[in-house]
Design a protein. Structure first.
Length: 295
């Protein structure tokens, strides 16, 4: 009814800035763009051997969890990963299964970790996406680097960013919900906590007692508990796979759940959203949803 298609459309080349803004950003519609990053050296260069040579033993931030779920609801807590500082080559040994570990490792630190932790790799991509920068009239707030195991899963959530997600190698599998599905998607407040490693190597969940509770989505869209959350049956997810060399435009406020092939490498660009009428409509829908649940 709101014009969403049953699948995410493909563009065979990058659009002009004006076309992209009119056809995709303004109506808040996702698309997969082909041939937008085909000129990047990273597509050919970013092999394991190259990463070992260029980044090497440099210490980087790695998210470590016992189950692959970082920033997710577990045991009635919003649990964040252990953020481990480790040599990048040791992380690659784990991803390549040269070293075995019962835990799940994922380079996923945001806040522009590509430019801050991996500046050696910036020259192989771009500091921004020129046609998006022109369309929005601003530079990206952050450019992030992602590399991890297939067991690492991103739980269902939304971001206040216009997101261009570029896959360098492997595949990313996205499950998407438009903002209009908000009434069918459950939110609860959870005590924030963090995984910490005990002396015997096992993980324990430690509450961050001074922190405010975090609103998060407890539902797994791949295996939803419809007895507990019957409203979710009315939601209409879109699923798409973004392959190497492709770019997903993920509009602001779209809910997304992400899986990946093992060792998948990606770079994404976060452009701050406009807090305009679309945002006001979403806030109205969010408030109405909460009010109805209280009745």
């Amino acid at each position: 009814e709101l014009g969403w298609t049953e699948s995410v459309p493909y563009l065979d080349s990058p659009p002009s800035p004006l076309e992209f803004y009119r056809e995709w950003v303004s109506p808040n519609k996702p698309c997969i763009i082909q041939n937008a990053i085909s000129h990047w050296p990273a597509l050919k260069r970013w092999t394991s051997a190259y990463l070992r040579e260029v980044v090497g033993p440099k210490v980087v931030s790695v998210a470590v969890t016992p189950n692959g779920y970082a920033d997710a609801v577990f045991q009635d807590r919003f649990v964040m990963p252990e953020e481990r500082q480790m040599p990048f080559i040791d992380f690659l040994d784990i991803v390549e299964k040269k070293v075995t570990s019962p835990n799940v490792f994922y380079v996923q630190k945001q806040c522009s970790n590509l430019t801050k932790e991996f500046p050696e790799l910036v020259c192989d991509v771009q500091p921004d996406i020129p046609w998006m920068t022109e369309a929005l009239g601003k530079k990206p707030d952050a450019v992030n680097f992602w590399l991890g195991e297939s067991a690492a899963v991103t739980s269902l959530h939304k971001d206040h960013y216009e997101n261009l997600y570029c896959v360098i190698s492997g595949e990313k599998h996205f499950l998407l919900h438009p903002p209009s599905d908000r009434p069918f998607i459950p939110y609860e407040l959870y005590q924030p906590a963090t995984y910490q490693v005990s002396e015997d190597g096992s993980f324990e969940i430690v509450d961050e007692k001074s922190a405010d509770k975090v609103p998060w989505i407890p539902l797994d869209p791949l295996n939803p508990n419809l007895e507990q959350y019957p409203e979710y049956a009315q939601a209409k997810p879109l699923q798409c796979t973004v392959k190497a060399g492709e770019m997903l435009y993920l509009p602001s406020l779209w809910f997304h759940h992400v899986q990946q092939s093992h060792g998948c490498i990606a770079v994404n660009y976060w452009y701050d959203m406009e807090y305009d009428l679309k945002y006001s409509y979403y806030q109205l829908l969010d408030c109405l949803t909460k009010t109805v649940k209280l009745l």
